[in-house]
Each structure stands twice: as structure tokens, then as C-alpha cells.
Design a protein around this ligand. Sequence first.
Ligand code: FAD
Length: 278
Amino acid sequence: MARCTVPAAEEILDKVYPVLDKGFVRLVDYMGSDQRIVQAARVSYGGGTKTLREDAGLIDYLLRNNHTSPFEQVVFTFHTKMPVFVARQWVRHRTARLNEISGRYSVMAQEFYEPALQDIAAQSTDNKQGRKNEPMENQQAQKVLESIQHIHKEAYDQYTSLLEEGTARELARVVLPLSLYTEWYWQIDLHNLFHFLHLRMDAHAQKEIRAYAQVMYELASKVCPLAFKSFEKHIKGGVRFSRNELEALKRLLAGKEHGLTGKDAARFQTKLDEGRQI
Ligand SMILES: Cc1cc2nc3c(=O)[nH]c(=O)nc-3n(C[C@H](O)[C@H](O)[C@H](O)COP(=O)(O)OP(=O)(O)OC[C@H]3O[C@@H](n4cnc5c(N)ncnc54)[C@H](O)[C@@H]3O)c2cc1C
């Protein structure tokens, strides 16, 4: 079977899509497409490609029923540039292969993430891992930004002095903060990309990594639009209910009280509310 090329994907290939203040995402290469998913799936039955409608139906069936291996036949290579604190979250996705710029080999550029004023917010009181939805008052946000910029300058000045004094690059870099930009090539298959996107496009993920996930979602969906349509339908923004919660849902549908109490009730309500926002 011939190599899959998708005209819409060829158009965006290699283009740089800016993310945050200095970062980017670039789709370097892809292997496979919607066609490859159906070819791989139909190998089980010996059938070839059918009509677009039948292919869409098959892809949707596979995703809906967790027949995930045909999705592993599609592979993406991204080149991305992001702050180190974003890379720290990203690297937890162990099913990818990556190659990162070396601070032992290269002098790191003076490039640090400086949040936009509207992204500077106070610590959330109900989510220990996040910030409030509304930004800080402008003057206060400006002060935060100035502190960040001040430490960036200090740190980079120290880094440069250490290098000038002959300190090894691998040691001098320890003075650089988590906001420093790094770059890597990152390769992942579609099944695991869906997992990454499901977790990192979710409202619970940090805003900065969400910005990258959103761009990658848009680029990868050019390669296999049917699979992404099914992802949107069945996975993205989905909520998992426990057995108890499912029973509670059934009671609600029957017009009764859900019957959960305390923290169980609060968690259940949050899931219903999250579901409504989708
Ligand atoms: C909102 C949010 C908050 C988070 N907060 C924290 C935090 O505070 N601290 C923290 O440390 N992490 C945190 N994480 C990271 C999180 O715990 C996971 O490490 C990360 O989301 C990757 O998920 P994963 O392991 O399913 O993905 P992958 O590493 O891509 O793995 C995919 C799947 O493959 C399987 N798998 C892969 N490797 C192994 C293995 N070695 N053994 C068994 N199964 C494997 C698992 O089924 C796994 O689900 C957070 C993630 C999110 C989205």
C-alpha cells in the first residue's frame, strides 16, 4: 500500500505556529492517516478501503470500543519550543520518544517565559494546583511581571559571568530558572497523542501546556480528520463516572434525588457541571 499523504497536512507541514510569548509548535513529519487506520483495522478481515462513510463509521466504532491498536499506526513528529516548567509536565507522557537541546553542549539563549498581564492571577482557593480564573488587578500584575523580568535578567547575567569565568556549561546553567525556553523533537503515535491531548487540553491542566496541546490538536487533526472527529465525540471533554455515580445518574434520570451525600455529592455535581460546559 502506498505511503499516505494528506493534502491539508502537507500544507501545514514544517510551518512554525507560535505559542506563548516565544514558543512554537511545528509538525515536522507524519506517517499514516485515516486511511492507514482503516487499512490496519481491515487487515483482520482482509477487506480494503471502502467508502468515506464506511471508513468514518469504522474509525468511530474502533475508538468508541477501545480498539486502539490501529491508531498506533499513525505517527507524528513535532518540533516544539516551550518553557522548562511546561516540558517538566510534558515529559511525564512516557510513551513518546524525544530529543532535547543540550545545555551541556550549547549556550542557552536568553529566552524566558514572561506571562501576559491577563494571565497573571492569584492562587486559586478551591483548586490547590491552579490559579484563579480572573486576572490580578493590572497594577499588581505589572509588579509580578517586573519581579519575573528582574530575576530573568539577574539569572542570565550570572549565567554569562560564570561562562566567562570558564565554568562548564553543564554547571553554569544551574542558575537558570524554570521559565527558560527549551526545545525538543517529540514523536508519538495517535493513540498516545489522544491520551496526551485528553489530559492536557482539559481545564485542570495548566494554561501554558494547554496552549501547546490546542495547537498540536489543530495540526494533527489535519492528518486524520475522521479520527479526530471521533476523538471529539467520545473522548475530549469526557467525564468518567464511578459505579456509584452511575447509579446516582440512573436515579436522576428516573426523576428521583441522586442520593449521594457529602464529598461524594460534591464530586458528582462537579462532574455534571463539567459535562454541561462541553
Ligand atoms: C492535571 C494534571 C495534574 C498532574 N499533577 C501531577 C503532580 O502533581 N505530580 C506528578 O508527579 N504528576 C502529575 N501529573 C502527571 C500524571 O500523574 C501522569 O504522569 C501524566 O498525566 C501522564 O499520564 P500517563 O502515565 O497516563 O501517560 P503516559 O506516560 O503517556 O502513559 C500512557 C499509559 O501507558 C501506560 N504506561 C506507561 N508507562 C507505564 C509504566 N512504566 N508502567 C505502567 N504503565 C505504564 C499507562 O497505562 C498509562 O496511562 C498530572 C497530570 C495532569 C494532567
